[in-house]
Design a protein around this ligand. Structure first.
Ligand code: DC
Length: 217
């Protein structure tokens, strides 16, 4: 039997950084489910499909083959064989992912893929509905949060680091909008599972969050 750790929470709470570290320390496989939804969003943008047309997106998503591949311990995302690990991180792709992730067929296909991965490997899986829908029997569930201001500021610093000239207020407004969309959609909205441990990372370092989760393991 495999062992599973589920980490859910809003955009920018630090889920992927933390999940990667915990997975490495425990020799578990890290599964980034947001990357899968981003790949579907990217597929629609690349193929000129209107992301607001539910039927068109659901139909087109059948042709998008999303896989995770592990090269030297790093996760790469393959979309129909093409490595899209960098492209899916663009802001526009994140927004498209948020829209297409609300469609039932998209969620059904990706949820099935995620469950299958967790059947064969010990995983640390992060996303929005992992503890509530994908892995309801995970032995540890974490709900990782931080205030929109802290999350916005982290994102702002990331973009400055990349040489961009972002607007902090705009970033925070975008984060709040994304939270609203992810938490209010009809299917599998972002919410804390009843048996999840809530960790607010607003005033914690990455090391402190990792240590907290590993103490719970
Ligand atoms: O975590 P992220 O920013 O890479 O996720 C991108 C979008 O995908 C996010 O707006 C919501 C959606 N998503 C989801 O609906 N369910 C998941 N398990 C993971 C992500």
């Amino acid at each position: 039997m495999t062992r599973q750790i589920a980490i859910d929470g809003p955009a920018g709470a630090g889920k992927s950084t933390i999940a990667k570290r915990v997975a490495k320390d425990l020799s578990f496989v890290y599964v980034d489910t947001g990357a899968m939804y981003r790949s579907i969003g990217l597929y629609m943008l690349k193929n000129g499909i209107d992301i607001h047309d539910k039927d068109a997106v659901e139909k087109a998503s059948e042709k998008a083959d999303v896989r995770l591949s592990y090269i030297d311990g790093t996760v790469h995302v393959l979309l129909n064989g093409e490595d899209v690990s960098t492209q899916i991180r663009e802001e526009e792709v994140g927004k498209a992912a948020s829209v297409v992730s609300a469609y039932p067929q998209v969620r059904k296909n990706l949820t099935a893929l995620q469950k299958k991965l967790a059947e064969t490997e010990n995983v640390v899986m992060d996303g929005r509905d992992i503890g509530t829908c994908v892995l309801p029997d995970a032995f540890l569930k974490i709900y990782l949060t931080a205030s929109p201001e802290v999350r916005g500021n982290r994102r702002y610093l990331e973009l400055v680091e990349k040489g961009e000239n972002p607007d902090l207020d705009e970033i925070i407004a975008d984060i709040k909008k994304r939270d609203e969309a992810d938490m209010t959609r009809e299917i599998s909205p972002l919410r804390k599972a009843d048996d999840a441990v809530e960790v607010d990372s607003s005033d914690m370092t990455i090391d402190q969050v990792v240590a907290k989760i590993e103490s719970l393991v």
